[in-house]
Write a protein that binds this ligand. Structure first.
Ligand code: SAM
Length: 273
């Protein structure tokens, strides 16, 4: 039936490919693959023979149009990438959006996804998190990205390439200071490893490179600020009084306490007088 299947593929261990994924790849009319050579290995392993078209970052428009035309002519297509879920730091988002716009059915065939697996293994709070994908290679873009996360309280998840890890850890250390981080490597492979450490220690250990393999970085969010705790105006005044005792002017102390607690500077100042 005319449809797009979004199929997750293993991120290292071929045993993670589900029986349903094998069936869908065997039954669909054709496969749109990020790299047809990589997908051919997967197909050979599971004894699947299927026509493939390449659908990757640099031919998204032309190839996407052809894939859509084929589906509209009545064919079913399975979209795969080299590893993991399509559309997650991988091609797919555009094709899925176009299918929705054209009324083409899109069906999920979920498989492994590196960021969700790494988060689950990290032991870092997973209740609320933000997925940041890859940092830009361009220095200003990268600095801006990290800076925008300076006050992020949720756990942050980054994809990273091994040759850029050292620079990334140093940049993160500058922006976030010393925080808990998990470097989750080689998921589902022989050398799978969760390195639980801090940014200071990570820079000391890996700031000159040396760590290899595929990896996900799970960075703990900023500790709750004073402003986010249940504070009263009296707490704010107490805070300001302590600052005055340590030499701050009344006005400065009120301003500082206001910044930290969220109460109005004027209210704190009046109470101090
Ligand atoms: N679409 C994929 C997914 O669902 O996770 C992600 C593709 S992205 C181009 C590749 C990045 O995912 C790698 O640079 C690495 O950060 C992460 N990754 C993929 N496989 C991994 C593995 N086995 N262990 C750790 N990280 C992995």
């Amino acid at each position: 039936m005319s449809k797009l299947y979004v199929v997750g593929t293993p991120i290292g261990n071929l045993e993670d490919f589900s029986p349903r994924a094998v069936r869908i790849l065997s039954e669909c009319d054709f496969i749109a693959a990020e790299d047809t050579r990589v997908t051919l290995k997967l197909l050979n392993h599971f004894g699947i023979k299927k026509p493939m078209v390449s659908y990757f970052e640099h031919n998204i428009r032309e190839s996407g149009e052809k894939v859509i035309a084929e589906i509209l002519s009545g064919k079913s297509c399975a979209l795969v990438t080299d590893a993991g879920m399509p559309a997650i730091s991988d091609p797919g988002e555009d094709l899925v959006r176009q299918c929705h716009e054209k009324g083409i059915a899109v069906e999920s065939v979920p498989g492994p996804c590196a960021f969700a697996t790494a988060l689950a293994l990290s032991g870092i709070p997973s209740g609320r998190f933000t997925f940041e994908g890859f940092l830009s290679v361009n220095k200003p873009g990268r600095a801006q990205h990290l800076d925008s996360l300076r006050n992020e309280a949720r756990t942050m998840i980054f994809y990273e390439a091994p040759h850029k890890l050292a620079a990334t850890l140093k940049d993160m250390n500058k922006v976030f200071g010393n925080r808990e981080i998990a470097i989750v490597r080689e998921l589902t492979k022989i050398h799978e490893q969760v390195i639980k450490t801090t940014l200071d220690e990570a820079v000391r250990l890996y700031g000159d490179g040396g760590l290899k393999g595929e990896m996900v970085l799970i960075l703990k969010g900023k500790e709750e600020s004073l402003a986010e705790e249940e504070l009263t105006l009296e707490d704010a005044i107490e805070l300001a009084k302590k600052s005055i005792e340590s030499g701050m002017s009344t006005s400065e102390a009120a301003k500082n306490a206001a910044k930290l607690t969220g109460f109005k500077k004027g209210d704190i100042y009046k109470s101090l007088l």
